[in-house]
Design a protein around this ligand. Structure first.
Ligand SMILES: C[S@@+](CC[C@H](N)C(=O)[O-])C[C@H]1O[C@@H](n2cnc3c(N)ncnc32)[C@H](O)[C@@H]1O
Length: 233
C-alpha cells in the first residue's frame, strides 16, 4: 500500500473496502461514484467480478463510510439508475440505497442527472434505444446523485441536471466538472474533510483544495493513483 500525506490531502493506493487508516467520525462529506461492475477499462483494475463479490465490496465500503462519517455529515454518491450486465438487468441505484439503509444511512435527497453525451444507450425520456439490446454491458443515461445522512430527516426533492460525461486521457469516467461544482456548492463548507473512496484521478480533490478543504482519497489502480497524486501536487 502506498500513501501520500500532505497538509491538504491524503491519498491511499489500496482498496477502500477497508479504510482503517481513518478515525471514526472524522469526515464531514463523503462523495464518490462507485465502479459499476460492467467491465469498464480502468487501466489495470478489472471492473468485473461475480455479482456477489461486487455486492460484498459495496457493503464493506458503505459500512466503512458510516463508521468514518461525523454525526452531521453526508454521504453522497453518483450512481446509474440501472445497469445491464451480461444480459442481466440490475437496479443499481436501488441496490445501493438498500445497503445504505441496512447501515443506518437515510436518504435525504435524490438529484437526477441526464447525460448529454451522444453515445448513451438510454434516451432522455428513459426509453432504451436498439443498441441497449445488442450491447452486453451498458448503463442508463439517467444517473442519480443520492444524498444520505445518519439522521432521519424529511425527504427533500432534488434537482434535475443535464451534464456532459466525457472521458479524459487519464480516466474513462471522471466526474463531470459541473457535477462537482453542483455538489460542493450545495454540501461543502470551508475546512471540511472530504473523502472519495473511489477517487480515480482526483477531480474532486482539486476542487476541494481550491475551496480550502482537506481531501482524502482511495484508488486501487497504481497508474490512476499516480495521476491523482500528480494532479493534486
Ligand atoms: C467510477 S470511477 C470514479 C472516477 C472518479 N470519480 C473521477 O472523477 O476520476 C471508479 C474508480 O474506482 C477505482 N476502484 C475500483 N475498485 C476500487 C476499490 N476497491 N478501492 C479503491 N478504488 C477502486 C477504479 O480504478 C476507478 O478509478
Amino acid at each position: 500500500m502506498s500513501k501520500i500525506s500532505q497538509k491538504d490531502f491524503l491519498l491511499f493506493n489500496k482498496s477502500c473496502k477497508d479504510m482503517s487508516e481513518l478515525f471514526d467520525s472524522s469526515i464531514d462529506l463523503i462523495y464518490f461514484s462507485p465502479p459499476y461492475n460492467l467491465g469498464e477499462k480502468y487501466n489495470k483494475y478489472k471492473d468485473k467480478r461475480t455479482f456477489s463479490k461486487y455486492v460484498k465490496l459495496l457493503e464493506s465500503v458503505f459500512l466503512e463510510c458510516e463508521r468514518v462519517l461525523k454525526s452531521n455529515g453526508k454521504v453522497i454518491f453518483e450512481v446509474a439508475e440501472t445497469v445491464f450486465v451480461d444480459g442481466k438487468f440490475v437496479a443499481l441505484g436501488a441496490l445501493c440505497q438498500n445497503i445504505c439503509l441496512k447501515n443506518k444511512l437515510y436518504l435525504e435527497t435524490r438529484h437526477i442527472n441526464y447525460a448529454l453525451t451522444k453515445n448513451y444507450v438510454e434516451q432522455q425520456d428513459h426509453g432504451w434505444n436498439k443498441d441497449f439490446y445488442t450491447r452486453k454491458n451498458a448503463h442508463s443515461n439517467c444517473q442519480q446523485i443520492l444524498v444520505f445522512s445518519k439522521k432521519k430527516i424529511k425527504f427533500k426533492n432534488g434537482k434535475i441536471n443535464y451534464f456532459n460525461y466525457n472521458f479524459t486521457k487519464d480516466h474513462s469516467c471522471p466526474f463531470p466538472k459541473e457535477e462537482i461544482k453542483f455538489v460542493l456548492d450545495n454540501y461543502f463548507k470551508k475546512g471540511f474533510n472530504v473523502l472519495d473512496p473511489f477517487m480515480g484521478t482526483a477531480m474532486l480533490g482539486k476542487e476541494v483544495m481550491e475551496r480550502k478543504g482537506k481531501f482524502i482519497g482511495y484508488e486501487i489502480d497504481k497508474t490512476i493513483f499516480n495521476c491523482a497524486a500528480k494532479n493534486l501536487r
